[in-house]
Design a protein around this ligand. Structure first.
Ligand SMILES: [Zn+2]
Length: 84
């Protein structure tokens, strides 16, 4: 499966706890919230959902594509982080 992120490295925001937090143990996931700079990997719309794989790579999806791909992503073992 294609699992690369086309995003350029993001510069940490002032409130960002740090890049290592994102790949911390699954028991304490503290992934920074998505921002308007995060875009859906499929259509380029604002990303609402982050799908994180055990390998550490992640994909971002808009609401539409998150719903469309959620079953397949869960099949692949991705952890989907939905907005509150
Ligand atoms: Zn999309």
């Amino acid at each position: 499966m294609h699992c690369s992120t086309p995003h350029e490295p993001r510069s940490p925001e002032p409130t960002d706890p740090g890049p290592t937090e994102e790949y911390a143990m699954t028991t304490s996931i503290t992934t920074p919230s998505l921002t308007r700079l995060d875009r859906c990997d499929r259509c380029g719309a604002a990303a609402l959902v982050r799908a994180t794989f055990a390998s550490g790579c992640e994909l971002l999806f808009c609401g539409h594509h998150a719903r469309a791909h959620a079953p397949r992503l869960r099949e692949l073992g991705a952890a989907l982080r939905l907005p509150d």
